[in-house]
Design a protein around this ligand. Sequence first.
Ligand code: S3P
Length: 433
Amino acid sequence: MSAWVAGRGEPLRGRVRVPGDKSVSHRAVMLGAIAEGSTRIEGFLEGEDTRATARGFSALGVRVDAPAPNLRIVHGVGLHGLAAPSAALDCGNAGTGMRLLAGLLAGQRFDSLLVGDESLSRRPMRRVTGPLAAMGARIDTGEGGVPPLRIHGGQALHGMEHRTAVASAQVKSALLLAGLYADGPTTVVEPTPTRDYTERMLRAFGADIDFVPGRARLVPGPVLRGREVRVPADFSSAAFFLVAASIVPGSDLVLEAVGTNPRRTGLLAALRLMGADIRVLGEGEEGGEPVADLHVRHAPLHGIDVPADLVPDMIDEFPVLFAAAACAEGVTRVTGAAELRVKESDRIAAMATGLRALGVEVEEFPDGAAIRGGGVRGGGIDSRGDHRIAMSFAVLAQRATGEVRVDDVDNVATSFPGFVDLARGTGMALRAG
Ligand code: S3P
């Protein structure tokens, strides 16, 4: 198990491009696989999560070429062309991979078995298997509703309207993908709108889908057509640099061509409410997704109550928001974010424990936390094998009075290969420990 040692570095400066978006990369492989013709994915995230998805489709009989890094050519086999896998499909650490695959595979003629790593094997799956069962799918979970998922093929799926209990793009996406194989329209209504990449990409591939924030309706029928997908830089990876540059005096950094889908940029709004100096420049579009350069300069931050309506739009960014809060003046309070307890780790507990180890005052709630900004000292952190916890403490260490050792950092490769080099290139002090 690897570790990092991080500490005060230089002000962050320069222009960087973080790797491709994880959500878009997963979906591009999946839709490319069941489309007719080939799909060229530029800017594909070479992370372990997304590579696991690509490997999964190879095991389902789809040729996936990797002629160069960050490039995949998926030779689609059509909606009904997937072949029975000869072994379990290993989704690794990826909740997105497993939950979306569960929807897609529920409509196939063959059986399949989905497994994951230790962290994924603890995560709740009934949120997808329950509504899929209502459509007619047959999926067995492990005891308590966790992986592995045993999917029984050959079931007739029925179109229906779902009102999802949790605001989850993964749940919505699983239902829409299953809906491609249903006998009538599938509608998903969410308690609060979540990221709409599946809807946008289904439409781009030729599916019959209508959607507005919080509601999507898919009518099965049209064949999907392979196409070119250009993956924007991942906002969730850019987030670490937005916070690092905000908290380190003298920083002046540009993050290039970041995906700015409004369902992803809640952290930008929250940081601005805290006083951050972030400008959105050169807004454009890449592959149907909004992208922009983000120019961030150091600014003193102050605590806020994070508005409830921002929570789903920044669901992956709370660990790094907690790091920002530890450097802000006053208290930052987050509520309505109980989902953080069932991510790659219990992110509320992981951050609260780690922040306290660095001398930061934290009050934990079942659905959030209150963090009092102030001095941050050196110390030891257990990332609990969670990529975003590890990177958040590497960021916070840039303001600590002593060195911060972060243990169990290997899983950073799931979402952000090359993080250490990129971070050091901007001025951050971070090395293998
Ligand atoms: C994702 C949706 C979110 C997010 C995850 C990626 C996706 O999960 O946390 O990192 O690609 O659909 P939930 O849908 O469970 O909130």
